[in-house]
Design a protein around this ligand. Sequence first.
Ligand code: SAJ
Length: 433
Amino acid sequence: MENLLLKIKNRSARISIIGLGYVGLPLTMEFYKSGFTVIGIDVDKGKVESLKKGESYVQDVKNEDIINSIKNGKFIPSTDFSLLKEADTVSICVPTPLRKTRDPDISYIVSAASEIKKYLHKGQLIVLESTTYPGTTDEVLLPNLESGGLKVGVDFYLAFSPERVDPGNKRYNTKNTPKIIGGVTSECTLVAKYLYEQSIDVVIPVSSTKCAEMVKLLENTYRAVNIGLVNEIAIMCDRLGINVWEVIDAAATKPFGFMPFYPGPGLGGHCIPIDPLYLSWKLKTLNYTARFIELASEINTSMPLYVVSKVSDALNEKKKSINGSSILLLGVTYKRNINDLRESPALDIIKLLKNKGAEISFHDPYVASIHEADGVKKVELNEQVLHIADCVVVVTDHSNFDYPWIVKHSKLIVDTRNATKGIKVGREKIVKL
Ligand code: SAJ
């Protein structure tokens, strides 16, 4: 262990990262900036080629950092896993999606592990960062890595450290977001903590890999359940004839014991809709039903249908039906001011409206086309397009939309994000969740 600690201290340790996406690439740059040489491995040749051309495809990573690190020989992007034989540490930052059956898909972790095993050698540190269910490191990764005869905590070190990357967040980044580390043994925790604290401001050890895996799932389940709660509160307020947005803003004046969440068209992104289902799946294998997670998922996934019912009621007030109406969606990404469509509720809303015979178009400054929704075209946003639409639906409240101008030139608006807050017009023109 001492030898590895010394190599980390004098920066002769060769770091490797598997998976150069929105987690792995920023982490690569942090290790580089703190003086390490980093081998970055990705199965996607296109990513590796872009990096070699000095082009970053991750919004929080600058081209110049890529160019400088490669020019100085301190960052080696490659698709070749055999480079792992030179690596002293390996951080695994691969995707952990859901299968079509909504069960966890840890196949990317398993294939990374089988590559690592080929080149595993004494003194190496392996850290899994991909979000997964508690037990993955101990029950899947560890047996795989020890099957070659090396002993964890003695010959090599293994830990879990949840990623906490929030793409586009201008305040929190990889370096200044506290990092949790849980090792298989105390030596594993010590070595992993020592490595990460060379590049990350605050590193917090916990007692096990399972604890570290669970920390991440608590963080994101907390969000999914609270978003589910506030979506149900919105439905209740609608039945009660109460403005849910006013209720939340008023509740948010409480300086303690309350954190505002806001209703919306549904739960998008690659974390919040997915991570809690990793936890509920694991508990099912232990004959336990994670009721909050399942209920929140049920409510959140019902929100697109709820939005379409609001559109239907709003058109009905104008003696129109969805069938044959022209409907313009404003914003289709899963949350404001980013270009990510993954799991976006807009995709569900489009499907539901299409099935009811609507003529749909969209405008989103961050999106050129929606390949998941053929026939739904992007239109330029102008007075005529707004006026032609029988209903305009604000699905994603990008900051660069001119909401007063949109309201002025629209006949009818369904606002799922309270984006038109403060604009004084009659209820017959703006309908909110
Ligand atoms: N959403 C609501 N109401 C809310 C908050 C979010 O409907 O009050 C919706 C969003 O529109 C989106 C989905 O939920 O469709 C997820 O939104 P999010 O704000 O949780 O954003 P994400 O998915 O980018 O979550 C990431 C997570 N980061 C990591 O997993 C490392 C999450 O833990 C962060 O808390 C979150 O960013 C953040 O705070 O920005």
